[in-house]
Design a binder for this molecule. Sequence first.
Ligand SMILES: Cc1cc2nc3c(=O)[nH]c(=O)nc-3n(C[C@H](O)[C@H](O)[C@H](O)COP(=O)(O)OP(=O)(O)OC[C@H]3O[C@@H](n4cnc5c(N)ncnc54)[C@H](O)[C@@H]3O)c2cc1C
Length: 360
Amino acid sequence: MYDVVVVGTGPAGAAAAYVLAKSGKTVAIADKRTLPRSKVCGGLITSHCVEEIENLFGVGIPPDVHVEPPVLTERVIPPSGRRNGFHNPSNQIHNVDRSRFDLWMTSLAVEEGADLLSSHQLAGIEETSDGVVARFQTENGSLELETFCLVGADGVYSTCRRRLFGESTQRTISVVQEYYEDGAVFEDSFYLLFRGDISPIYSYVVPKDGHSVLGLGVHKALGPPADLAFTRLREWLKEEFDYEPGRPVRREGWSIPFGEVAYGTGRALLVGDSGGFCEPFTGEGIFFGVLSAKAAATAILAANGNEEIANLYETMAAPIGQKVTEISEYVLSLTDEERERRIAAKKNKLGQQLGVLAVA
Ligand SMILES: Cc1cc2nc3c(=O)[nH]c(=O)nc-3n(C[C@H](O)[C@H](O)[C@H](O)COP(=O)(O)OP(=O)(O)OC[C@H]3O[C@@H](n4cnc5c(N)ncnc54)[C@H](O)[C@@H]3O)c2cc1C
């Protein structure tokens, strides 16, 4: 019997497994896939997330996890265009390869003693008087693991969440990315572009390993379909940057949670995307995944046999959950005027902090 079974080797699962194993708990971390595995993601780690990771793991993100260019600054563009946007050189955003990043984080948990169970797909959860029984499908059949506590970190389409709360509790929005093989012609920056007729949340450009990655949030009820949104984004990039990318070499998409937080029940906790912990305005999920995992691990360590660990976790993670919910409601009410006002306010504040600010 394990003290804790963590399901999912993304940033949230790896962070929870690391903290618990380092604190002396017996931990299994299981994933339906085998690391290194791909994950649809921009692979951008903001400076506050880098700081959180360094504090949690006691080491920095290693150079071989980064891609070119390894560090990006932030450029924000409002609906009225880049002359009213800003460049924030103080936000140093790490540009990583997600498959190598997740492998690195999970390796740190394994070094602390966590057992890594690859090709273990969670199929069911049963809460018992002693804890939780997790049922996995493996390459050789099936396996049941008994555990005092289960941490569900199995992403936005979480089996853990569906087993605990039913099929329809996760509200989502899609994020779609196109890769252009253009030698990465933009500055070494993460460009965040806000215009409601392109995306209800945001669109972006990221230089990555010789490519420009164009991305945007798509929601069928709140904005245009992906093809129209990309046409408008490319037209806007032509106007603003004289950028004409040709044909994409790859298009990919996946969902992110959109403001519907669930903490878990009894001794089964949900962290990261599976719990809905993702910033709905910018799509930043790695930071919220790590924060929620840290709260879950802290609740488990503090529980001392308390059966209602989920209640304790909810108390600890409530500020993160409330922030996610509030931001999602704010995003739903956003107009281009409000986007303009918000970015102008941020530009002014940064201008006071940094002296002079260049346009984006
Ligand atoms: C296009 C796009 C761009 C993004 N860009 C960024 C970005 O630049 N920065 C950022 O911070 N966030 C970004 N995000 C969000 C970010 O990718 C997620 O929020 C983050 O990966 C969540 O981490 P997680 O550990 O909760 O889950 P995940 O990283 O999704 O990991 C879940 C793991 O669970 C495993 N799993 C799933 N089901 C089962 C099962 N039944 N049994 C066993 N294992 C299972 C999966 O194989 C996977 O390894 C982006 C998202 C998208 C879609």
